[in-house]
Structures are given as C-alpha cells and as structure tokens.
Design a protein around this ligand. Structure first.
Ligand code: ATP
Ligand code: MG
Length: 449
C-alpha cells in the first residue's frame, strides 16, 4: 500500500454523475415529520480534524478545512427510481454482516425508493463474466428477509483478477445504473477500475462500496462492520486458552488470531478478557532470544505465576518465521495477496524447544480459531451498524455519487472518495492509546528485544 494521501479539502470531494433533478420519493415520508433534520444539505460536512491543534495548524479559512460529505437522504436525487436497475456483489474473504448489508440495501431500495430491479451477482467479480456460468439472482425483500441470521454471504464470493472491461460490458448489457460492491481493499481497487472504465465509456453507472474488513484495516472509518462480532468470537478462544493454561503445571496458552497487517482483533480480544500476558501484533516486531526476548519473558511468567498466555496476530513475527525457512517465499493467493508463514506453528515449536533446552516444565496448549471468527452471524451491534451503512450507501448511490465508499467518522455516516479508502492501511499505532491500553492490561514490556 502507498503512503497516505495528503488529506485536504480537495481529496475529500466525492465524484458525482451529474446534477440531482429528481425529487426524492422519500420526501412525503420525511415531511410528515415535524422537522427536516433527516435530509442532508449540501453544506452538511463532517470535520476531518478532531482537535483544535489540528484545525489551527491548517491555517486555512473554515470553508477550506478538510471535511467529509455527510451521508443520508437528499431532497433531490440523480436516478429516477422507476428506471433504476441495481447490481450487488460481495468479494474477498468472509466477514460477519455481509448478509445484513445485502438485506439492508435491498430493503431500502425497494421499500423507500421503489426500486424493484435488483440483481445479485454470484461469486464475486466472477459473477459478471459469462464463461464462469454463474446465474444472476433477483433480490427482493422476500428473498433477503431472514438472511441476516446467517453468517457468510448468500451471493458467494471469490478471489482472482477479472477484466474490468468485461465487467462493464456486463453492466451495460444489463442496463445496470448502480453497482454496490461489498469487499476489502482488493475489491475496492477493482471497484475503482470498474468506475474508471465506465467513466471512460461515458456510462452513467454509480459505483458505491461498503468496505468489508474483519481486520479493521481500512482507513477513515472509526470501525469496520463485523469487527466487533469477530473480536467477541475471538475472545472465546482466549477464555479457553486461559482455562487450559491455568489447569496444567507450567501451562502456556497460545492463541493465534486473524490480523494480516493490523493487530486490532488481537488487541481488542485481549482487552475484552484481561487474561493475556503477551499480545503480539504485526505492527510491532519482536525478538525471541536473549535476556529481553519473548522466550525468556515467558519462562519468568511461568516460574512466577505457574502459567502464561500469548495472543498472536497471524501477521506478527513474519520476518522471524521467514528467516527460519531460509527466506523462502510462501507464494500468493488467487488475488495476488502474499500468503503468510504460520506464526502459531512457528511459535509453538520455538517455545517448546526453548523450555526443553532450559529444563523447565511447560505444557503448551495451542488454539487457532481460524475461520470460526469470520463466518459467524453479525452480533446485534454489527446488525445495526450494517443496516445503517447499507442505508447510507443507497442514499449516496441514488444521489448519483460514485467512486466512493460509505463509512463512519466521529459517529457520523459519511462518504469517502474511493482513492482515499485504498490509499493506505489502518494500523495499530505503536505510540497510540490503544496499544498503551494493551501494555497496561498485559503488563508486557513495550518491546521484546
Ligand atoms: P480481503 O482481503 O478482506 O479478504 P479483498 O477484497 O482485499 O478482501 P481480494 O481477494 O484481495 O480480497 O480481492 C477481491 C477481488 O478484487 C478479486 O476478484 C481480486 O482479483 C480483485 N482485485 C484485487 N486487487 C485488485 C486490483 N489492484 N485491481 C483490480 N481488482 C483487484
Ligand atoms: Mg485484502
């Protein structure tokens, strides 16, 4: 991923397909209310900066302070609902809440805007390419009524590159006006390509993303959907590992959790259950050997308290396990993402060897909940969050916004230009307050070195 873009006034501007001239069908519904606070005016902007120091250091007039466009219904919209045809696709790995997003989009489009032609494309971007032979499914409020109760995605998903020209061919052939894309960083890059090709061809297709990232690694979003469900599920493994570790002489629990590049799940799951003695995340390198290394620390914990519990994010310590394998490459998946060395297996072996070499009794219990945390249904918080994100996405698309994703920033739903959403990764700040909380909860040293 590249460097963060400079976030200024212009970088936050969202592309639109054209002026909004159609009166929103939501108007009668909304005007029955005593106030008009549910409309979003063009001037409703959400400040990017959250401290006085940040604002004053910009030295620009108030109207040039960087601010996000607020999400929500507009009085005038771009698309005529009676003629609007919509596509929905889910790509990349599973995440709790995918079905809830699909359901929210479909019900908002039909019940409030009166859009009735909504098509689900199956198995990610493959669904647009005829040679894969996937059927296109009609989505109605009836077909999606109860899907939020299940994990996974009713549309299926896939990895692997597809030609954006062919995807736009399919969208034109089916007269699709709006495409909702639910997926991670790779998916959103793909969405950017689709929007670019459509724009070059002069096709008025709105491409709106609902970012999916179980690792919470997409920037400019307070927290991604499914994250809370995922770390709650992950914390169950910490409880289990703690019980195992405290029930055996020299018990050492080791839990490997998701988090390829960002350790948010490991941090939050560990804070949810204050049993972890050590949390290891990709953002903070660590050393195994030597006085200040992890192994010596674990031995001291076991000698002092009789047990120890380590939580490791899957992307942590990659350089250590790579070095053990002579720097051998692990290859890539179908989408070109680098496969990771298994840090859990690596640590299990190194910890076992170390305790044998120093002659201290140690009983290792290794738990890897793996896909269990991402395939569960959304919890009540994420169910609420996903439906609200879905509503925001529908309002944005009907108002002709394109090449953007919806998010939440400082508790407001907002529009984020797509280039910004894929400009860099959201990561745990080693000098930020989240990591400080983890250090305080575990008592581990700031660095193992
Ligand atoms: P996650 O990593 O959270 O599972 P993701 O969306 O990043 O989700 P990927 O498998 O990387 O998952 O990508 C999903 C889809 O997006 C694939 O079809 C992939 O080919 C496509 N894609 C990935 N990167 C790009 C890119 N740079 N340009 C166009 N399409 C891309
Ligand atoms: Mg990805």
């Amino acid at each position: 991923m590249g460097e963060p873009l400079t976030v200024d006034h212009e970088a936050l501007a969202v592309r639109t397909l054209g002026p909004c001239r159609v009166t929103s069908p939501l108007l009668p519904l909304l005007s029955a209310r005593p106030t008009t606070q549910h409309y979003i005016d063009e001037g409703d902007k959400v400040l990017f900066d959250d401290t006085l120091a940040m604002v004053s250091s910009r030295k620009v007039p108030i109207e040039e302070l960087p601010s996000f466009e607020a999400a929500g219904p507009r009085r005038k919209i771009y698309f005529d609902p009676a003629k609007t045809r919509v596509g929905i696709v889910t790509c990349g790995g599973l995440c709790p809440g995918l079905n809830n997003v699909i359901r929210g989009v479909v019900t908002e489009l039909t019940t409030h805007y009166g859009v009735t032609r909504i098509f689900g494309f199956r198995n990610g971007y493959q669904g647009f390419i005829a040679r894969y032979g996937h059927d296109v499914v009609d989505l109605t409020p009836q077909t999606v009524a109860t899907i939020g109760e299940d994990g996974g995605t009713i549309l299926g998903t896939s990895r692997g590159q597809q030609d954006p020209e062919e995807i736009v061919d399919c969208l034109s052939r089916m007269n699709i006006n709006i495409l909702f894309v639910i997926g991670g960083d790779g998916t959103l890059r793909g969405a950017g390509e689709i929007a670019r090709v459509a724009n070059e061809r002069g096709e008025k297709i709105a491409v709106v993303g609902i970012p999916k990232t179980i690792d919470n690694d997409i920037p400019f979003i307070d927290q991604s959907f499914g994250f809370q469900t995922a770390f709650a599920k992950a914390s169950e493994s910490i409880v289990a590992a703690h019980a195992e570790a405290t029930s055996a002489p020299g018990g050492l629990g080791l839990v490997r959790l998701m988090g390829r590049h960002s350790g948010f799940i490991a941090c939050y799951a560990s804070l949810a259950k204050s049993d972890a003695d050590v949390v290891l995340i990709p953002e903070i390198p660590f050393t195994l050997d030597g006085e200040g290394g992890l192994l010596n620390y674990l031995r001291r914990r076991i000698e002092e308290t009789g047990h120890a519990l380590v939580v490791v994010a899957e992307g942590a310590g990659q350089e250590l396990s790579a070095a053990e394998n002579g720097g051998q490459s692990t290859g890539t998946d179908a989408s070109g993402n680098r496969k990771l060395h298994d840090v859990g297996v690596f640590l299990s072996r190194r910890i076992t060897d170390y305790f044998a070499s120093v002659g201290v009794e140690m009983n290792l219990k290794y738990i890897d909940p793996s896909y269990v945390i991402r395939s569960v249904p959304a919890n009540p918080y994420d169910s609420v969050y996903t439906i609200r994100l879905a509503h925001a996405a529908v309002h944005a698309a009907m108002a002709g916004r394109t090449e953007m994703v919806v998010g939440r920033w400082r508790r407001r739903f907002i529009h984020i230009p797509l280039p910004l959403a894929i400009s860099h990764r959201n990561q745990v700040d080693p000098s930020g307050d989240l990591w400080m909380s983890v250090l305080e909860a575990t008592g581990q040293p700031p660095r193992f070195q």
